[in-house]
Design a protein around this ligand. Structure first.
Ligand SMILES: [Ca+2]
Length: 556
């Protein structure tokens, strides 16, 4: 009898454990590239057609006050992966560093894989990881399924990355779609390029799939060619419509006073890829391509949901959608990113947890959340404990309709200050006000570098994009100086509640003094917390380090 009891006991717990294993939700994380907040129907864009993403928001939760932490690809994406501010992880285009193996072990995909998730990464990676960065091979080995390229993909990814050569489609979204189908559906067409050890996704494990677009980013929209084989979306859509310029648009020729002092933001050094904003005609063409890209992405989201439904996975698959940062399209005469204005830091976050009752979903939250909150959110969904290295907070309680918010102030920062003219800056904001501080822009301008490169016959790309050991010192100084008392050379205060587009800097208005002092004090607290106390967990990743290990650094 005792023996039978024991057997029953064992069987009971085996079933219990199995059932629990099955209960862990699958997670699909969709990340777009350089997509501003207002590029979706559900965020107020009346031109773009994104019915599937709008439906996702309608059935889930749309965070209307979500922000990134650094408004440029590499640091923003590193922040998302590690759940940390850039000031802590210290990886950017100009940092001369890559993410160390130790830091990478505490990224959300690695932690979830260790906890039993079957993981996939599809599309773009823009974070150098391991010794040798993009050439280390660490990323490729870190996932159960890998179908991606480092750096930009272009609109036709086969032209840039061999891994995609076996795809039937030529255009980026559709190439990614084939990867998504291959990962999710064991009956889908197998892609020869994809790297995976198991023949098919195991049914008894939950999965985590990261879908990373390089759209509507300019690197991809600038390479759209309206080929006869392209889908109609990318050839004819939005082209016969009346498309107004964005509110506050100023063409280059009409700029009277630049938004920021000319010696602070050196607009003439801006990367030429952003010069389309200078004239209304070029701006419109680029905007149409972005709209087309969004509709392509939206169609993928719709197909993904249908696939999940057909495979009976939809009721247990959480979908998270966001962007790595926004982009100026000529508003106030500005182009590009890497600033702390709302246009570059404000992004949508949409989370659909289908396990929640329909009645308790389908609302918007104006809580101050950040993309560093997504790693802890995903881990918490997966029942995985959070590492101490995370600085973001799980926002599941908000998805579930609870009111407790993760923070009173949010911090954004820009440490990408290079020959392309952007100043270092930081911003702290609450739901009503925002304070931005800028530091002296000491960088050598791109035009001067190009002139010298030409004089000595040095390839211009090498002069502009290769990072050297000395840059480690400069970047370190960028990280630490504001904490050690470096004073701002320019400051701004915006009343976001009445001026969300940040047209009027009201810092000189004496009636705002108390607010300003409060925000300055919050800035100090938040930046100190963001930096933390540890040395950054990074490897040296410069032209010199690569040369020493006989590797050639290819700027991404
Ligand atoms: Ca980006």
């Amino acid at each position: 009898m005792e023996k039978l009891k024991h057997i029953l006991y064992v069987i009971f717990f085996a079933i219990y454990a199995f059932a629990n294993a099955q209960e862990k939700p699958n997670i699909v994380f969709i990340l777009t590239d350089d997509q501003s907040y207002n590029m979706l129907g559900c965020t107020g864009n009346s031109i773009v057609q994104t019915p599937n993403i709008d439906k996702l928001a309608k059935e889930g939760v749309l965070f209307t006050n979500a922000h990134i932490t650094s408004a440029i690809c590499t640091p923003s994406r590193t922040s998302i992966l590690l759940g940390q501010f850039e000031r802590k992880h210290a990886v950017n285009f100009n940092s001369g560093t890559s993410v160390s193996d130790e830091a990478w072990q505490n990224s959300f995909p690695m932690l979830m894989r260790s906890a039993g998730y079957y993981t996939g990464w599809i599309g773009k990676n823009h974070v150098p990881i391991g010794k040798g960065g993009y050439e280390s091979g660490v990323m490729e080995k870190s996932f159960d399924y890998w179908y991606a390229g480092h750096g930009h993909l272009g609109f036709y990814p086969k032209e840039i990355h061999e891994i995609f050569n076996d795809a039937i489609a030529d255009t980026q979204v559709e190439v990614i779609q084939e990867g998504v189908d291959d990962f999710i559906d064991s009956n889908a067409r197998k892609l020869k390029g994809a790297i995976h050890f198991l023949e098919k996704r195991p049914d008894n494990k939950p999965f985590l799939l990261s879908i990373n677009f390089n759209l509507p980013h300019g690197a991809s929209t600038s390479t759209m060619k309206m080929k006869p084989t392209d889908d109609a979306i990318y050839k004819t859509m939005y082209r016969d419509m009346e498309i107004p310029l964005p509110e506050g648009y100023i063409a280059k020729a009409a700029i009277k006073t630049p938004k920021l002092p000319a010696d602070l933001l050196r607009a003439e050094d801006r990367q030429s890829g952003y010069n389309y904003i200078d004239t209304p005609q070029a701006q419109k063409e680029r905007y149409i391509r972005q709209l087309e890209a969004m509709t392509g992405i939206d169609r993928l989201v719709g197909k993904l949901q249908k696939k999940l439904h057909d495979l009976k996975l939809d009721n247990n698959t959480i979908i998270i959608f966001t962007s790595d940062h926004g982009l100026f399209m000529g508003e106030q005469g500005l182009g590009g990113k890497a600033l702390c204005y709302e246009k570059t830091t404000h992004v949508p976050i949409i989370i659909l947890d289908p396990r929640l009752k329909k009645k308790s979903r389908g609302f918007v939250s104006n809580a101050l959340v950040q993309t560093i909150d997504l790693a802890p959110t995903m881990l918490t969904y997966g029942g995985v404990s959070l590492p101490n290295s995370f600085q973001g907070k799980s926002i599941i309680n908000l998805v579930e309709g609870k009111k407790e918010e993760p923070r009173t102030y949010l911090l954004t920062e820009n440490l990408w200050s290079t020959q392309f003219g952007n100043p270092r800056c930081e911003a702290v904001q609450d739901k009503e006000w925002k304070y931005i501080r800028y530091y002296k822009n000491n960088t050598i301008s791109a035009s001067k570098k190009i002139k010298v490169a030409k004089q000595f016959g040095i390839p211009i790309n090498k002069m502009l994009y290769v990072v050297h050991d000395i840059d480690l010192v400069t970047y370190r100084d960028f990280v630490e100086s504001p904490l050690q008392g470096e004073q701002p050379v320019y400051e701004e205060l915006y009343h976001l509640k009445t001026d969300p587009q940040e047209f009027d800097n009201v810092i000189e208005d004496s009636k705002n003094e108390a607010v300003l002092n409060r925000l300055k004090s919050a800035w100090k607290t938040e930046i100190t917390k963001a930096r933390g106390t540890e040395a950054p967990k990074v490897y040296r990743y410069t032209a010199e380090s690569q040369l020493e290990s006989n590797m050639i650094i290819e700027p991404k």
